[in-house]
Design a protein around this ligand. Structure first.
Ligand code: SF4
Length: 331
């Protein structure tokens, strides 16, 4: 069976998705990146190999996310695209008429506006935690409630409690205050969900023309309380796709499927899980630009470099062992 692999390497999680010729998901993997994107990709590949049907032949591979370049070098990707494109491609595959995508992950969030299948506007937040999953994680930890139970608890709320959630620090003190006033936990948790939604809509959603159909993607989409809070705030229906947590990876796999039409794949195979990889950096003193060049090393051989403004290093067609490059730089 022919299949296409997509990998989304983010700062919090690394997601892999395998799709078939129709674009349906065969299997997916979600693991924590934990500051080690190379290791995360290799571990993810191992898990994918273990879980996928034995007759799968990978006919194309794509990467996305902040670590897309590294992941591409590891696996031999046929296409490398940013997260906005990958999420939009995955969403339009599920709902060709989608007009708005909300994406909330552990440490960032984004909104994508589409019209007739084309991205017309987007915004990203990578700075403020108050509109991302980490806001809820912190409060769940403080209340000693597993984050998985947050959504169901929020749906049990009887009264509306407004938590001042513009910032995680204020939210915490206001939540304590509301607890002291005797509000129930479901009421307070629902208030936190509404605070996150307010933050999101006032930050990445500010000034955006939010129209249905709206798809809600990212890890936080599993939280029913947030979905309900969005629907109340907007007076619009919000759809959570089945594979909401790995939509970036699905988008990368769909892009790969398209990229390998009439050509063979660059995918290196699952042997890459056994290779050793590392990155090195050095300052080039070839001119006053003093570029910080990064080199990617596979089994002690430099296979790629980037960061040079003039192409002196990245255009090299004959990669040399990194020790030799350092000698050249220093010399
Ligand atoms: S890589 Fe090129 S532009 Fe950058 S410092 Fe070296 S010579 Fe100058």
């Amino acid at each position: 069976m022919k299949a296409y692999l997509g990998i989304d390497v983010g700062s919090v999680s690394t997601d892999l998705a395998l799709i078939d010729e129709k674009g349906d998901v065969i299997t997916s993997v979600y693991i924590r990146t934990q500051g080690q994107p190379i290791r995360a990709v290799q571990n993810g590949m191992e898990l994918l190999k273990r879980d996928m049907p034995k007759d799968v032949e990978i006919a194309g591979a794509g990467t996305t996310g902040s670590g897309r370049k590294l992941a591409s070098l590891i696996i031999g990707a046929d296409i490398v695209k940013n997260e906005i494109t990958a999420h939009a491609v995955a969403a339009t595959h599920i709902r060709p008429d989608v007009r708005t995508i909300f994406e909330i992950g552990g440490q960032d969030s984004k909104i994508i506006i589409l019209r007739d299948g084309i991205v017309t506007d987007f915004a990203m937040n990578t700075v403020c935690a108050a509109g991302t999953g980490s806001f809820l994680d912190q409060q769940a930890h403080r209340l000693n409630i597993p984050i998985e139970e947050f959504g169901d608890m929020a749906l049990k709320a009887r009264e509306t409690v407004r938590i001042a959630g513009r910032c995680t620090v204020f939210a915490e003190s206001d939540m304590i205050h509301k607890q002291q006033l005797g509000y129930s936990l479901p009421d307070i948790i629902n208030g936190l969900c509404e605070a996150l939604v307010r933050n999101y809509l006032n930050n990445v959603g500010k000034g955006k023309d939010i129209q249905e159909p709206i798809l809600f993607q990212g890890g936080v989409a599993a939280n029913k309380g947030i979905k309900a809070a969005f629907e109340r705030a907007l007076g619009k229906k919000v759809i959570v796709p089945e594979y909401h947590g790995v939509m970036g990876a699905i988008g990368a796999a769909l892009l790969a499927k398209d990229a390998v039409k009439n050509k063979s794949t660059n995918f290196k195979g699952f042997k890459v899980t056994e290779f050793s990889y590392k990155t090195n950096g050095f300052d080039c003193d070839g001119c006053p630009n003093m570029c910080e060049v990064v080199e990617f090393i596979q089994n002690d051989v430099v296979v790629a470099r980037w960061g040079d403004k003039c192409g002196k290093w990245s255009n090299s067609t004959n990669p040399k062992p990194h020790a030799e490059i350092h000698h050249m730089v220093q010399g």
